[in-house]
Ligand binder design. Structure first.
Ligand code: PMP
Length: 290
């Protein structure tokens, strides 16, 4: 992945993809002082770009560092990468981290770096699989207590347990894993939020100890615009068999129906389809929208 052609915006300049390197003594690598974003461009326009840039800045602040670029500068840098790449539909990955000037837990003087890459990422899961719904395993790790970890940040360190959980699920033939939170409530998947439907009502866990996804908030708005009742609430795993439909949301996953969570089966149905279609319409560039 690091040897392709292309351009990466790196600390204020576009550099050839292969040259976008960092030192092995980077604090971000050793101590997890790194935050990132995942965004998509549709038809040449980055969906909710400013919200993503704001979240990136906020994530860094939660990890006690300040990205030395404004939200507007980050937005402009993302547009530049996209234009330079010549792609209209792309996935964008801004990442910010502490550099290598000091090595130790404390790294007050370390330079803060920001890089932005863009690449093609047509659909998170296999498209044929998407229509059938994906199969999800139950993860062993739980989302940590917000008193234990900076849960509101999209911080690299929080993904350690996601990668372990996703790998375990994939080895068993599942596409992803559903994580509970520290209190045993249903939380989210390893890179996406989760929704359920029962008797015409949309249910989703309260995002109080995991990422409140931008897609999650978009889908909640779309559901409300449709007149669907949305219940953000505490969902315990013993409720899983009672739901009719299930889907996950995320920038990469978009709206992806779920057919199974462990032993529980779901039938991707009408309401999931409506929200999938509404989301597809919503992400279209505003200049082209009717
Ligand atoms: N939870 C996790 C752990 C994620 O990695 C993501 C993807 N960024 C999400 C939820 C969904 O967030 P968003 O809709 O903002 O992409």
């Amino acid at each position: 992945f690091d040897q392709r052609d292309g351009w990466i915006w790196y600390d204020g300049q576009l550099v050839p993809w292969k040259d976008a390197q960092l030192h092995v003594l980077s604090h971000g690598l050793h101590y997890g002082s790194s935050v990132f974003e995942g965004e998509r461009a549709y038809g040449g326009e980055i969906f909710k770009s400013t919200e993503h840039s704001e979240r990136l800045k906020k994530s860094a602040q939660i990890l006690d560092f300040e990205i030395p670029y404004s939200v507007a500068e980050i937005d402009a840098a993302k547009r530049l990468v996209l234009e330079k790449s010549g792609m209209k539909d792309a996935y964008l990955r801004p990442v910010a981290w502490r550099g290598s000037e000091m090595m130790g837990v404390a790294a007050q003087a370390n330079k803060i770096h920001l890089a932005i890459a863009a690449w093609e990422w047509p659909s998170y899961f296999d498209p044929a699989e998407k229509m059938k719904g994906i199969r999800i395993d139950m993860a062993e790790y739980r989302r940590p207590d917000p008193a234990t970890a900076p849960s509101a940040a999209k911080a690299a360190g929080l993904y350690m347990i996601c990668t372990i959980s996703k790998h375990k699920a994939e080895r068993k033939g599942y596409a992803d894993a559903l994580m509970l939170d520290w209190q045993g409530r249903v939380a989210e998947c390893t890179g996406a939020n989760v929704f359920f439907i029962r008797d015409g009502i949309v249910h989703t866990p309260i995002a109080d100890c995991f990422l409140d996804g931008i897609t999650r908030r978009t889908v909640i708005d779309l559901a409300k615009r449709r007149g669907f009742e949305v219940a953000e609430r505490r969902i315990m795993p013993d409720e899983l068999p009672s739901f009719n439909e299930c889907f996950i949301t995320g920038t990469a996953a978009e709206v992806t129906p779920v057919s199974e969570i462990g032993p529980h089966k779901y039938q991707p149905g009408n309401m999931t389809k409506v929200l999938m279609d509404d989301y597809s319409a919503e992400v279209q560039p505003k200049s082209k929208a009717a």
